[in-house]
Design a protein around this ligand. Structure first.
Ligand SMILES: *Cc1c(COP(=O)(O)O)cnc(C)c1O
Length: 360
């Protein structure tokens, strides 16, 4: 007999996280040849990882009997060099940026605290906050997915602990202007978490604000532009006072030695990074010009498509049957039922996507 009474009350209200579909999922469901399936549902790098990262992993394999450094020192220093932000502000995190979100929620949230979410947005903020007893407060984005700053500031209460801003936003791809982030940070005693998972594809970032403000945090990941989603590495840039508190509760050795080796090598491969960014830029234009529905402008490696009057679920299923994995956004809060998110792929993959749409 399940003993649900043993589960924390906070967990009962959490909706299960809905990940993008895997190749195995749809090979099984539709009897497809795995080699013919293209996976554009999770915003991974279609070029794969940097060859330098793969080589570093192989070379490091024999060291896996040894615990990594407790604070992933080598990786933190490489991140500091890459971002230009001092190492004393930086924490490397595993698993992925999700590990950072989880750690911050454990550090900051007590039962009844509020977190503000600008919906539709990335859903793990809500899950990690709720698991620690937070009450999520939704501030719905406008028609064009911009955030109404007045509306957001009005949603702040004395119980607000964290305001989550995703820029570029998943799933809409738009950024939040720096002056808006500053207005919010200056209007509140709460922490402002800016998720820059897709920042390498964008024309701006706000990392330089971290050393200047005592309540701005920036989260990043190696899963998207760096092509290391399977390594599960993220990092945070935090005010120094907060990093010291965070390190008290961070899971010991949460970044594996393999992740440190691969991350350092990926950061050293500017050529692979630039190729990845360029591929997204040209692919975006092609998809915008050729998908026969409204395609929102994006500063990320995905496009958001509104397939109305069709339902996202039906169009997603049609594409899945053709071996094209895209993300139905219906499970995102306040996203409606006609949005699909498509990772920008290689030229060949993007062509397949456009062909896939031709029969819809
Ligand atoms: C992918 C993603 C993350 C999580 O990345 P991991 O480092 O793989 O955990 C965080 N935020 C957003 C917006 C994402 O799209």
């Amino acid at each position: 007999m399940p003993r649900y009474e043993l589960i924390k009350e906070e967990v009962a209200s959490i909706a299960k996280y809905v990940p993008g579909k895997s190749i195995n999922d749809i090979v099984r469901a539709y009897g497809l040849d795995p080699a013919s399936v293209i996976k554009l549902g999770s915003n991974e790098n279609p070029l794969g990882p940097s060859p330098k990262a793969v080589e570093a992993l192989i070379n490091d394999a024999k060291a896996i009997s040894i615990y990594p450094s407790a604070d992933a020192r080598e990786l933190v220093e490489a991140i500091s060099e890459y971002t230009g932000i001092a190492a004393e502000h930086i924490v490397a995190s595993g698993p992925g940026m999700d590990g950072l979100l989880d750690g911050l929620a454990r550090l900051l949230i007590s039962r009844g605290d509020e977190v503000i979410l600008t919906t539709p947005t990335f859903s793990y903020y809500e899950i990690s906050a709720r698991a620690n007893g937070a009450v999520p407060v939704y501030v719905q984005r406008e028609e064009d997915f911009s955030v109404d700053i007045e509306k957001l500031i009005n949603a702040i209460t004395p119980r607000t602990k964290i305001i989550f801003l995703c820029s570029p936003n998943n799933p809409s791809g738009n950024v939040i202007p720096e002056e808006d982030i500053l207005r919010i940070a200056e209007a509140t005693d709460a922490l402002v978490f800016v998720d820059e998972a897709y920042v390498e594809f964008a024309d701006r970032n706000i990392a330089h604000l971290v050393p200047e403000y005592d309540n701005i945090i920036v989260g990043r990941t190696f899963s998207k532009a760096f092509g290391l989603a399977g390594m599960r590495i993220g990092y945070g840039m935090l005010p120094i006072w907060l990093k010291e508190e965070y390190m008290k509760i961070a899971t010991p050795f949460n970044v594996s030695s393999a992740a440190v080796a691969a991350g350092v090598a990926a950061l050293s491969d500017a050529e692979h990074l630039n190729m990845s960014i360029e591929l997204a830029r040209t692919g975006k234009k092609y998809l915008q010009d050729n998908i026969p529905f409204k395609v929102y402008d994006t500063q990320a490696n995905f496009v958001l498509v509104d397939v109305a009057p069709h339902k996202a679920r039906d169009v997603t299923t049609e594409l899945l049957k053709k071996g094209i994995i895209v993300r139905d956004c219906t499970s995102f809060a306040n996203a409606g039922d006609s949005l699909i998110r498509i990772t920008i792929g290689t030229e060949e993959q993007n062509k397949k996507v456009v062909e896939g749409f031709s029969s819809i």
